[in-house]
Design a protein around this ligand. Structure first.
Ligand code: TXA
Ligand code: MG
Length: 310
């Protein structure tokens, strides 16, 4: 089933494939022109580096200059899975991948099709398979929406998690999370016995350590706003995403998660796209309470929603 896609990748083409977080847009990690096609296809700024996707621990050695003990512990515990690690890079890693930084981000996805694809085609660089500025794709339809009906997509239905991986810089201390995800700072700290902090988003027009943090990702056409107070009745032209509040009468534009933050994360990007299909003006989201932040999905949700609110 994957043969056709493996062939495309080996011929220097780009292919969208499922991971457990979001769909990725893959190119061979050693093919300069294929990697350039990724930036063109997405309209991605070239100063935003890409994650190298691997399918075995051994493959890290092809890209990372050294693997610190703490990285080994995290790899053993969280790989394959939802954690992307940033290492010092080997000199042979292509500069287009790292945007000229001396570090490289590496992830071993858990999705069986992603693993099989990489095992057959070799390491792949893969950003999320959306046009830059659009929400990341969680369904094959989302990829086609952005890249056209004929774009090669390995279909595997909806992705499980729905938000991108946690990105952790392990190349120097103090270790910092550049992008919160389903794996929380506390879970990471527990494994390595060292505190990790969440980096502040970089200011626009600055050379950031993690350039991706300065771009407004994840934004639909509709205006995304935090709900200021629990409204008495819903406005006509808005989508409501509520996790503790209730609004009557419930209709298709009032989504109530009742504290199920995992489901909220799973659906968020699809809801953003839905609002655009229905040409709604606004997406109104209930702010999270201090106590909600114990849940790692809330940290990731808050990060993505804050970026979309602008
Ligand atoms: O879940 C995911 O990580 C998905 C799936 C497809 O694996 N991929 C993904 O890739 O979200 P992308 O390109 O959309 O986001 C990669 C993030 C960006 O914020 C980028 O700036 C950061 O990782 N990044 C990549 N390499 C880096 C590096 N060497 N130093 C700092 N940040 C880096
Ligand atoms: Mg992305």
């Amino acid at each position: 089933m994957l043969n056709k896609y493996v062939k495309l990748l080996k011929n220097g083409e780009i292919v969208a494939f499922p991971t457990e977080t979001v769909y990725g847009l893959g190119a061979s990690a050693w093919n300069l022109s294929a990697i350039r096609m990724i930036f063109d296809q997405k309209g991605r700024p070239t100063d935003n580096p890409l994650i190298v996707h691997i399918s075995s621990a051994r493959m890290v050695e092809d890209f990372a200059k050294e693997i610190p003990d703490n990285a080994l512990k995290l790899m053993e515990h969280f790989w394959p899975g939802l954690l992307t690690l940033i290492f010092h890079k080997k000199p042979e890693v292509l500069d287009v991948i790292t945007a000229g930084l001396d570090t490289v981000a590496i992830r071993w996805p858990k999705h069986p099709l992603a693993q099989e694809l990489i095992a057959q085609a070799g390491a792949l660089v893969a950003p999320s398979a959306n046009s830059s500025g659009k929400p990341s794709p969680t369904k094959p339809e989302h990829v086609r929406e952005d890249f056209g009906a004929d774009f090669p997509v390995i279909e595997a239905g909806e992705t499980d998690i729905g938000l991108e991986s946690t990105v952790l810089d392990i190349s120097e201390e103090p270790y910092q999370i550049y992008r919160p995800g389903a794996i929380s700072p506390d879970e990471i700290s527990k494994i390595i016995g060292t505190k990790v902090t969440v980096a502040e988003p970089a200011a626009k027009n600055t050379a950031a350590k993690s350039p991706g943090t300065k771009y407004t990702h994840y934004s639909p056409h509709a205006t995304v706003k935090w709900l200021e107070a629990n409204p008495q009745k819903a406005g006509q032209n808005a989508l409501y995403l509520l996790h503790s509040n209730k609004l009557e009468p419930v209709n298709q534009n009032i989504i109530q998660y009742n504290g199920d933050f995992k489901r909220m994360a799973h659906e968020l990007y699809d809801r953003f796209r839905q609002a655009d299909h229905e040409t709604l003006n606004a997406i109104l989201i209930e702010p999270f309470k201090e106590s909600d932040f114990k849940n790692p999905y809330v940290q990731a949700l808050h990060n993505r929603i804050s970026k979309a609110v602008s």
